[in-house]
Design a binder for this molecule. Structure first.
Ligand code: ZN
Length: 272
């Protein structure tokens, strides 16, 4: 209502309430409320709509999705990634050997590099990786490569005996558990593939001072650090700074960029 202090209005006789006007105001108010509720609903619907129902996702939606960090989301996002190498889980260089995937002797065709043996198909990559690692630290050297199932049996039993001798309170089962933190049982060690190498500047596990720099260049030669820190949930093996696995350059780069272990990556390719 107008200000009562204005003389013109003060002189005007007080009008009786006009009901037709009140009804008009009520209708407008109700319409306004309806409009607000409608807009609110529409917004809510848009927010909860699933991406599969919507028309092609906009760039901003895509980047928002990429930003999600849960591993499930990461895996499904990666699945749609057009940069995912055109590889198959059955490719020779992606063969998976671990405690859940034991393999009998694979008899790979091996060649000698320095004092170790590797699958002939990765000889060149191994030599180039070793040379590049030595440019970082001249003390870098190959510690282990291909190990037959027979040799792994001998090695594993030796480790178990050593652990039992060092701690007489351990029974065989307990000693095996200790050993499995650094060496895998026969048929379950990746070294039997001929595609794994142990490379370090020192002969003790996780004591290299240049491990990170060497791991950083590994994908350029087709290798990945196979047991990274925090990877044990999928690999079943604690961090090993010296164990590298050949998977091919494209796979190695993709796995490293997306923080995928070989177990994660093979699962991803299976879903393609
Ligand atoms: Zn190893």
């Amino acid at each position: 209502m107008p200000n009562n202090e204005q003389p013109y209005h003060r002189r005007r006789p007080r009008q009786k309430p006009r009901y037709d006007r009140l009804v008009g105001v009520a209708v407008v108010t109700i319409l306004a409320i309806c409009a607000v509720v409608f807009v609110f609903h529409a917004l809510l619907k848009k927010e909860t709509a699933t991406p599969t129902k919507s028309t092609p996702t906009s760039q901003s939606q895509k980047s928002a999705e990429k930003a999600k960090t849960s591993s499930d989301t990461a895996t499904s996002e990666v699945k749609k990634d057009k940069n995912l190498p055109d590889s198959k889980a059955t490719d020779w260089d992606l063969v998976l050997v671990n405690r859940d995937n034991p393999k009998d002797e694979l008899n790979p065709d091996v060649v000698q590099i320095g004092n170790v043996w590797v699958d002939a198909r990765i000889a060149d990559a191994t030599e180039r990786f070793l040379t590049a690692a030595q440019a970082i630290n001249p003390a870098e050297h190959l510690i282990s490569g291909y190990r037959s199932v027979d040799y792994q049996t001998t090695l594993y039993n030796q480790y178990v005996d050593q652990e039992m001798a060092a701690d007489p309170s351990l029974d065989r089962e307990a000693a095996e558990k200790v050993v499995q933190t650094y060496s895998q049982p026969p048929t379950k060690s990746e070294h039997q593939t001929g595609l794994a190498i142990d490379l370090s500047d020192v002969d003790s596990l996780n004591e290299s001072t240049t491990a990170e720099q060497v791991a950083a260049i590994a994908p350029d030669y087709g290798f990945v650090l196979r047991f990274p820190e925090g990877g044990a949930a999928s690999t079943g093996v604690e961090h090993e700074d010296w164990h590298f696995r050949y998977v091919g350059v494209a796979n190695a780069k993709y796995m490293t960029e997306h923080h995928l272990t070989l177990e994660d990556y093979v699962k991803l390719l299976d879903k393609k």
